[in-house]
Structures are given as C-alpha cells and as structure tokens.
Design a protein around this ligand. Sequence first.
Ligand SMILES: Cc1cc2nc3c(=O)[nH]c(=O)nc-3n(C[C@H](O)[C@H](O)[C@H](O)COP(=O)(O)OP(=O)(O)OC[C@H]3O[C@@H](n4cnc5c(N)ncnc54)[C@H](O)[C@@H]3O)c2cc1C
Length: 460
Amino acid sequence: MRKETTRMNRRQMLKLTAAAGAGVVLMGSEAKANTPKANSKEAISKKEPLRIAIIGGGMAGTALAYRLSRAITYPLITLYEPQERSCWYQPGLTMVGTGLWPMADLAYDREDYIPEHVTLKKEPVGAIDARTHTVTEADGKEVQYDYIIVATGLQLDYYAIEGLGGNFTSLERMETPEAWMDDEAIGSVYHLHGSFRLSVQLDALVEKAQKASNTQKLQVFFTQPTIRTKSPAAAKSVLLTLTQRLEEAGLRERVGITLVAEDGKLSQNDAYDKRYRTLMKKKGVRIVKDRLSAVDAKNKKATFKSAGALPYDFLHITPPMRAAAFLESAGLLDDAGFVDVDKGTLEHKKYPKLFAIGDVAGCNTLKSASAISEQVKIITDTIRAIDEGEKPKAHYDGYGSDTLLCPEKSAALIEAWDYKGNPLSPMISLDPMQCHGLYWYTVRYLAKSYMMQGVLRGWA
Ligand SMILES: Cc1cc2nc3c(=O)[nH]c(=O)nc-3n(C[C@H](O)[C@H](O)[C@H](O)COP(=O)(O)OP(=O)(O)OC[C@H]3O[C@@H](n4cnc5c(N)ncnc54)[C@H](O)[C@@H]3O)c2cc1C
C-alpha cells in the first residue's frame, strides 16, 4: 500500500497560499501588487519545493526530467549523470551497423539537452538508501530526496564472457576500446564503437567468402544471452543484412550462419518468436539453444556450454546486460536482476516514492525507447497526483517496440506488444507480423526526429 505522506500536500498548500493571498489583497493595493499569484511558481517556491533525484541521463532519465519539470508546480530536480556525452538515439546504432547511416551524430553533448531548472550533477551515484530516500554522491555526501527515480540503463557485461572484457554502457569506450573491440572477426552492434565498425566487418566477410571454397564453409555465429536484453532485434537486423549482402554476391552457400540463443528464444513474445523462426529458416539460419562462455580471439575459437569449442570466421555478440552493481547493494533488484517495480505504476514494490524507468525497470516488457515514451507519462502523472493529494490513476500497459530490418525488401518489421502479449501495429491497418516498406521509411527517415525532439524532450 502507498505510504501516506505526513507533510501537507501541495494542493492544500495552494489553497492556503490562495487564502493568504486573498487576505493580503484586502489590506490594500500596494500589498496586492507585491503578492505573487496564488498558484504561481513564485508563491509555491516560498513554501515547499519537491526534491526529485533522477539517476541516469539516458533517454529515460532525460525525457523524465523534461516532462516532470513541466508537470510539477515547483520541482527541484537533480539529474545525476557522469558522462559528458550521450547516445540517446540508440536505435541509430542498428542503422550505422548495417551501413544505412553514417556515424555522424549519434553522440550528443549532454549540456545541449538539459531542461531548464534541472540541475545536472556530472557524477555517478554511489549508493542509495531506499528507506531514507538518501543518495550518496561521488564525494560521499548524502542527500535526501522526496522522490528517487532510477534510470541507470543496463551495463553491457562483456566480462561475463571469458576472454573478453569490459562493463560499460552503449556510448562508452569509444576512445579507449578493449583489445577485442578492434578484432576484425568480433562484432557487436550494441555499443557505439562496435556499431561504427560493423558494416565494414560484414563487407570483409563477404570478401572472405569470395575467396573461400564451396566445400569448406565459413562459420558465423550470432550469440544472444537470455532474451531480456535491450533491442534483441538489433542483432537479427545485422544478421539479415549479412545474408542479404551474401545473396547479392551469390555467396550465401559459402557461409554457415548459426544463431545461438541462451534460452532458445528469439523473442519474449511467442507470436514474434514464431515469426522470427520462419524468417530465419527461410534465410538458412540454424538456431541452437546454447550459451557462449568464452572466446579465444587469437585462435578464433568460441566456447559454448554444450557444444564446446568451435572455430569461427565471424562472431557477433549480444552481451549479457545487467543493472549497475550499486542497485543490488541497495536491495532494489528482483530475481532477474532488474529494479523490482510494480508493472503498472513503476514504483518500487517495497519502497514508496522510488521509481525505475527505462531498461533497468523490472517490468516484463520490450526494453526499448518506445517503452520509455510511455513510462515517462506514467511516472509523471503518478508523482503529480501524489504531490497534489490525488489518487494516482496512470497505469502502464507494457507497450514497447523494437525494429527488425528486412533489408532485401527495403522493409522493416516493428515488433510491438504490451502486457497482454498481443502483437500490435504502430500504424493502424498494417499487419504487425509483416515487414513493411512504410516502417523502413519511418525508421530510416522519421523516427530519430520523433525520438530526439518528441520523446527525449518530454513532449511525445
Ligand atoms: C542497437 C540498439 C538498437 C535499438 N533499437 C531500438 C528500436 O528499434 N526501438 C526502440 O524503441 N528502442 C531501441 N533500442 C533501445 C533503446 O535505445 C533503449 O531502450 C534506451 O535508449 C534505453 O535508455 P535508458 O535511459 O533506459 O538507458 P541508457 O541509455 O543506457 O542510459 C542510462 C544512463 O545512466 C547513466 N548511469 C549509469 N550508472 C549511473 C550512476 N551510478 N549514476 C548516474 N548515472 C548513471 C549512464 O551513464 C547512462 O547515460 C535499441 C538499443 C540498441 C542498443
């Protein structure tokens, strides 16, 4: 049950302020002129600001900062984010990795996107005490907030695979890549450096296939940990791009492609899982349930839990993705390793007024930017309602969507569903299980503006 707040809610405060204002008005015109409007920010500011900490300034944290700063009468928002730059439009990594977009501007200066009246603290949060709503800052200082929102995204945990290394977000390690990140036979679309190199790596593979014999096939593996990662379709888009390039060069027969999925799933959603299987079968892709445990880059051998060590010519890795360690120490995570929130309100199941949003939130939905566009509205409405003494009504329906590129048709399939699990079409009348040219056009030319100007800035 939601904990009752003992402090006066701000709707009551508004009334009081209004009453006080009215009293002053009666005292004379001079006083009237100096009295702030009853419901103006100026009036409220003299009473009680609402202290909100948002931890993490990715798509989720930044969009929420924008939206809250408009919806709450007097918000005092602190956004904690250590990175100078951000890769807010991560769906663009797929476009760069498949050679459709140049790298140009996927990384933005954070300062250009911070809403007014929001304080940016360029530091990581080290700890949270969920009972006292206290955040420990980088220098050890403890700061108490009325609301805490966890928006720290997921760490790409390449360390979990022996022989690789690195635990970083999608943007980091551009300047200081791990050695394996520059290996020509290892690719990964999930981080900026990997995405940047990928299309050239695919071309190199096609060239290699040209020189290979028909009898000894090249071996390519696409590996995937348990399906609850962000954008599981991104790796499949790369896979289909590769098959397309090989087909165009008449070389498809020279390359064996295996998709290795740890839990054997191609989607969390059964209908899409089936759809992807049909698509992969058509493309001659073998699907195997197994787990990548180690990579010997020097000898080009990948070790799988069941199949053992296998030689590879190219390996595309979807890394395990995890919440930041300090969230576990704070006792905030569920069994799957995400913040343990109520699916409908996104408020923590144990700790009131502590929310999670975006990839780190433990709701069983598609970890995607489109999910964030819905989640920001829910959290904003809930906080505004509590603050004004109303019963929160907003309820997240679990909507999320992901993009699968179907390159040979210049089409895309938008995987979209909600908690009910029904496939949904973002565009009415289009079959949600099919690749459409209209989606292709949208993801290629329109979606970025919508996300950057609409969702990120808290309008859409
Ligand atoms: C290749 C790829 C393709 C995608 N395709 C699609 C698609 O087609 N459609 C779609 O809707 N979505 C897609 N997505 C998913 C979407 O981009 C993500 O779900 C979304 O960007 C996640 O945002 P976030 O804010 O939750 O996390 P992030 O963007 O990871 O941001 C988290 C932030 O928290 C900060 N942080 C971490 N720890 C701390 C700390 N201790 N203190 C303070 N700050 C901290 C990090 O520095 C980071 O900036 C794709 C993603 C990828 C990688």
